[in-house]
Design a binder for this molecule. Structure first.
Ligand code: SF4
Ligand code: SF4
Length: 475
């Protein structure tokens, strides 16, 4: 039987089942100790994060008063590190061919649905719509199918996307969410200049993993769980983890995801760049309510808040799987990146924006249907500053260099002006008068909050240059 070793490269050691079970048992025994819970909150308030055993104790909290304190502290940590910025991104589905049989997914190989993948003209149409919506940062999504959707095709798509230039600019960062693969293939993705490589674990609980991954290469739990190590060995510095909440007990999966983060830091020298926290939704061939581990809204808020306390410097992503009002609540608890106006089917953007393409079956049903512009307005009304920044990756601030800046708080010195500059760009290129007014107030507030007069002056100059027609300025 494997023993727990966070530095080991074997899934059974760094995601060690016995360690998780023992962690949860100890947490249940200790959660009733108010002095211990208080000490953990005090520790988290120093922005140094929490270990998986500590986070497990906070996940046990049920007392509404203490939960209220956890939420308030998560809010404080988030605002200290991220200010009031929310980075925007959009998913782009390239292909729904898939050889895997994941029970929770509309693209499950067993589903008798018409399949398609984008040809180069269709890809250009999708990217044109995304650019018209103002997006600069994409997350590419594709099912796994070495015949219909080989890596060559994905790489060609990435090259095409980076090469397209429209009236108001181009897509500046392409993150990729595709199946686990070999070190050699990850090298090819790295050479294609991807941003973050994202791979969701779905669930870390192996029996549950095997129960829902009924066939196909993804069924290999170890190969899948060790994929981020291979990606990092290939030189990809920014990787993203994710759990599909609802497949197994949320406490087990949250503790395991934190162990995975600790493992990457110990074994590869840098932790994950992002965590994603989707909750299961109905899709073709499955109904979400049939899953016994669905996470309630209240418990899910606790998950987001505890993750924010545990890994304060790791970006946390939320998709349109969550409905409108609830997404707004989750923002305050720790979410730092959000999608808006998302289409979750191949060809969805061109279809929705009436460019004549047919949309295929979506991977899941989105719950938030606001357009990016309406979503931005809601964020601005709430006092947040939407950001279309992609600067770090393009300035070489990746991997441990990025984490050093994040952990010393220096990253905020570039995040804040970059948010203002990219929002000003959005206003100039896509905004109506209402957005212009709302954004103007928030940008002025942010500008006034820059303490260093020199930094404030340079930011002001950049904002004016954007108003005068320059684009893609960044710190
Ligand atoms: Fe294929 Fe991914 Fe869906 Fe599984 S989750 S069926 S691998 S697209
Ligand atoms: Fe993200 Fe870097 Fe831009 Fe900050 S400056 S929003 S960390 S890309």
């Amino acid at each position: 039987m494997a023993t727990y070793d966070r530095k080991s490269l074997e899934a059974g050691s760094f995601i060690n089942h016995e360690e998780i079970v023992e962690t949860l048992a100890q947490a249940r025994a200790q959660a009733g100790d108010p002095a211990l819970v208080r000490a953990l909150l005090d520790k988290a308030a120093t922005f140094g994060g929490l270990g998986h055993r500590e986070a497990a104790i906070l996940l046990q909290v049920q007392d509404p008063m203490v939960l209220g304190e956890i939420f308030a502290l998560a809010r404080r940590v988030k605002e200290h590190i991220y200010g009031r910025r929310i980075v925007m991104f959009a998913p782009l589905y390239l292909s729904d061919y898939c050889v895997n049989r994941c029970a929770y997914c509309g693209y499950n190989h067993d589903n008798q649905i018409p399949r398609r993948k984008l040809d180069s003209g269709q890809l250009e149409a999708e990217v044109r719509v995304l650019e018209r919506l103002g997006h600069k940062r994409l997350a590419l999504e594709a099912g796994e199918d070495p015949v219909n959707c080989p890596l060559d095709y994905i790489i060609d798509c990435i090259k095409t996307i980076y090469s397209l230039k429209f009236e108001n600019g181009a897509i500046r960062r392409v993150n990729v969410n595709i199946a686990a693969t070999t070190v050699e293939d990850y090298r090819r993705l790295k050479d294609a200049a991807i941003g973050t490589y994202v791979l969701f674990q779905e669930t870390y609980h192996k029996p549950s993993y095997l129960a829902v991954h009924k066939g196909g290469p993804k069924r290999n739990y170890e190969y899948h769980t060790e994929a981020h190590d291979r990606a990092m060995q290939a030189g990809i510095e920014d990787v993203g983890l994710g759990v599909l909440y609802g497949l197994y007990d949320y406490q087990y999966d949250t503790v395991a995801m934190l162990m995975h983060a600790e493992h990457l830091e110990a074994a590869q020298g840098v932790g994950p760049h992002t965590l994603s926290v989707p909750r299961i939704r109905s899709a073709a061939g499955m109904v979400a309510k049939d899953y016994p581990y669905l996470v309630s809204d209240e418990d899910f808020k606790k998950v987001v808040a505890v993750l924010r306390l545990a890994v304060p410097y790791t970006g946390m992503l939320l998709s349109t799987r969550e409905p409108m009002g609830y997404r707004d609540e989750l923002i305050t608890l720790g979410i730092s990146q959000m999608s808006a106006g998302s289409c979750t089917g191949v060809g969805g953007y061109a279809h929705e924006h009436k460019l004549g393409e047919e949309e295929s079956v979506p991977q899941f049903e989105p719950m938030d249907h606001r357009s990016p512009s309406d979503f931005l307005k809601d964020l601005l009304r709430g006092g947040y500053i939407p950001s279309f920044c992609t600067a770090c990756y393009r300035e070489g601030r990746t991997g441990d260099r990025f984490m050093r800046l994040a952990k010393t708080g220096q990253i905020a010195n570039v995040c804040q002006p970059n948010a203002m500059i990219t929002l000003q760009e959005y206003v100039e290129d896509y905004g109506d008068q209402e957005l212009r007014d709302l954004a103007g107030k928030v940008i002025n507030r942010e500008l006034a909050s820059i303490i260093n007069p020199k930094a404030r002056e340079v930011t002001e100059t950049y904002l004016q240059r954007i108003r005068n027609g320059e684009r893609d300025l960044r710190f």
